[in-house]
Write a protein that binds this ligand. Structure first.
Ligand SMILES: Cc1cc2nc3c(=O)[nH]c(=O)nc-3n(C[C@H](O)[C@H](O)[C@H](O)COP(=O)(O)OP(=O)(O)OC[C@H]3O[C@@H](n4cnc5c(N)ncnc54)[C@H](O)[C@@H]3O)c2cc1C
Length: 350
């Protein structure tokens, strides 16, 4: 006999709620999305997918698998929504000093975990606007997702199917009537409820700009710690800031000048740029930069967390949404240990 299919409440409709809902929709599982319209990190996300950690020139966690799955998933959603969401956009990394340049060249030559993801570049390959006194390297296999277009178009689709409501939900609401399980995609909205289980979800404040430079900056993302991402209409997303001491999604007066100076430092000629937009959000983040997935309490077996997507929600999202739903549906025994709540030393399962 075919096991009965549970009806699932998805709480939150940022990127996490969106990708969970798509995972369910594609499988034909019944679901409804509730979201209360509180500020979402996903409304601010630049949307970059970068397989390389530039600080120490290392591959990101499961970089190849996650990025391949992400690209395929966004392209599948594109086909349902009939809109373009994913673009392949290489990243040019401007080297900060000679030592970094030498390490990049050594690793690009092969034999290192990051080698498949990075290449060296000749000065002649650089866009004429770029200033790189110590040289630059290339991450050819990077991408960009229009997160706002994705979440908005998905919301419209669920609304059209009668599967979306503007409603709030908290742990004390339990599993509402008519549902068999709740998937919590509240981002930083889950901080207080998860703290009750010893799970610390931290708010990482970040800001981004949209700027219009007087001259063209080319069609690749340029990263000199500050990054500039081409949006294809002569404007660029520039970011971002990272602060642990601000717990509201507020825009700081001093940030536009600092970010524009950072972007200007990678350019050969000083030029005017106009700031068109300035936004702030709170990244939901865990101590080890991995999300929290799955059941957190024997007393609340209906509750499944899918939070803590941190700085890399775009890339990890499709994989971790799949793990969450596979565990919920019993297709796998549990989520992998690396994203399981039990990895928190403070976790109190009850
Ligand atoms: C400045 C900045 C730049 C970023 N750039 C990138 C990038 O380039 N690449 C990348 O991969 N990631 C980036 N990120 C990170 C990315 O934004 C996050 O990983 C991702 O958006 C988190 O999505 P989420 O759905 O978990 O949370 P959110 O987007 O915050 O969504 C939470 C949802 O829950 C709802 N909600 C909250 N509480 C309740 C409640 N009680 N009841 C009902 N609904 C509720 C909210 O309204 C919202 O819909 C960036 C983030 C910031 C701030």
């Amino acid at each position: 006999m075919r096991p009965s299919v549970p009806t699932i409440l998805v709480v939150g409709d940022g990127l996490a709620g969106c990708l969970i809902a798509w995972e369910l929709y594609i499988r034909g599982c019944p679901f409804t999305v509730w979201s209360d319209g509180s500020p979402a990190a996903s409304d601010v996300a630049a949307g970059m997918s970068n397989p390389v950690s530039f600080k120490r020139i290392l591959p990101q966690w499961n970089a190849k698998e996650q990025q391949d799955e992400a690209r395929a998933r966004y392209q599948l959603i594109e086909s349902h929504l009939e809109t373009v969401l994913w673009r392949d956009v290489p990243i040019v990394r401007v080297f900060p000093n000679r030592e970094y340049a030498d390490r990049w060249a050594e690793r690009a030559a092969g034999g290192h975990g990051v080698s498949p993801f990075i290449e060296t570049m000749d000065d002649a390959d650089l866009h004429e606007s770029i200033k790189a006194p110590h040289g630059a390297g290339l991450v050819p296999d990077a991408g960009w997702v229009n997160v706002v277009a994705l979440t908005e178009a998905s919301r419209t689709k669920w609304q059209g199917l009668g599967r979306w409501e503007q409603r709030t939900w908290n742990m004390t609401d339990g599993c509402p009537e008519g549902f068999d399980a709740v998937v919590d995609c509240r981002g930083t909205g889950a901080v207080e409820d998860l703290a009750a289980f010893g799970l610390e979800l931290r708010k990482n404040h970040g800001e981004v700009l949209r700027v219009k430079p007087a001259a063209d900056w080319g069609e690749r993302i340029v990263n000199n710690v500050t990054w500039a991402l081409p949006l294809g209409d002569g404007t660029y997303r520039v970011g971002s800031t990272y602060r642990w001491d601000i717990h509201e999604p507020i825009c700081l007066d001093e940030s536009p000048a600092a970010l524009m100076q950072g972007a200007a430092n990678a350019r050969a000629i000083a030029q005017e740029m106009q700031c068109i937009e300035h936004r702030a959000g709170l990244r939901p983040t865990c101590f080890d930069r991995r999300p929290i997935l799955g059941v957190v309490s024997k007393e609340h077996p209906h509750y499944h967390a899918c939070v803590g997507w941190g700085t890399r929600g775009v890339t990890i999202g499709p994989t971790v949404a799949r793990w969450t739903i596979e565990a919920l549906l019993g297709e796998r025994e549990a989520v992998p240990d690396e994203v399981h709540p039990k990895r928190f030393p403070t976790f109190t399962e009850n």
